[in-house]
Design a protein around this ligand. Sequence first.
Ligand code: AHG
Ligand code: MN
Ligand code: MN
Length: 341
Amino acid sequence: MKNKVTTLSEFIVERQGDFPFAKGELSRLLSSIRLAAKIVNREVNKAGLVDILGEEGTQNIQGESQQKLDVFANEHFIKAMENQGEVCGIASEENENFIAYESELAQNGKYVVMIDPLDGSANIDVNVSIGTIFSIYRRVSKSGRATLEDFLQPGTKQIAAGYIIYGSSTMLVYTTCNGVNGFTLDPSIGVFCLSHPNMKFPSTGTIYSTNQGNFVHYPEGIKQYIRYCQEEDLATKRPYSCRYIGSLVADFHRNMIKGGVFLYPQTFKNKKGKLRLLYECNPLALIAEQAGGKATNGEKRILEITPQGLHQRTPLMVGSVEMVEKAEEFLRRFPGEKGER
Ligand code: AHG
Ligand code: MN
Ligand code: MN
């Protein structure tokens, strides 16, 4: 054996000291997420084999078609969060309203959770990486049923956030605001092992990720930045590569390891952007910042946006600091109207 393997459960216990006030509460909460992740992973892995693929026939609150694995993942994370009594409520991308748990045990819970149970769901039936994104806050209400105010907190108030990527291997990556660590699932023993300690975004990179099919609908500053990415310049290793999977988690994960920037700006169709502030952008922004990267809506830090609604959307630029700042520079130079052609 070359190195001692650290499992996720050992690591969570070791890091309990980060939250001396929490006395194991956060550890128990993270353990519930770990368990739900393993169950969802099992289903994702056999998605091609069993009759779980295809449209569920319902639409989620954003009016998008919902697939069976979304429903499965949603139900499992909701159940898992209720069981240990640390969480008083959960808001999910798949549910119109937040869920305030009914049991007395859960109502004493001090935390709320926000979740995108299945990210990249359009990629499920083509065997491309998908993910789960989660975000944890301390409740602001004293006790009893969770309230809307518990959920409408700015991202700066997150105490932990993470994602699971169901890819060529399954990984769980999370932060408790003391760096970012990644764990790879060893499927033979069903255990997440520390494989990517102290993850850091390279300060720059050679990858830009965006749905370039929307180019014509992008704000002028973003168009100009994309043209800049495509120009030839030896010193800055341009032209950059364009890599876009269409699963935010997977695009973000690759960029964090290799260096890159992800851009989902406002468009003509989605005037406020497409991605959801609470379920997608805030958790990834916290991870990005904890890994030395940057996340902005083009005008301000994602984490400082005060949410007005559970399903609020926002433009997102996230990734390597120097690349995000270059894109911001182009937005300042070419302000234009939002979504201007
Ligand atoms: P979800 O599957 O949770 O609805 O998220 C899909 C998101 C995100 O994962 C991805 O980056 C983006 O939508 C892709 O959108 P486009 O197809 O418009 O590029
Ligand atoms: Mn998503
Ligand atoms: Mn989703």
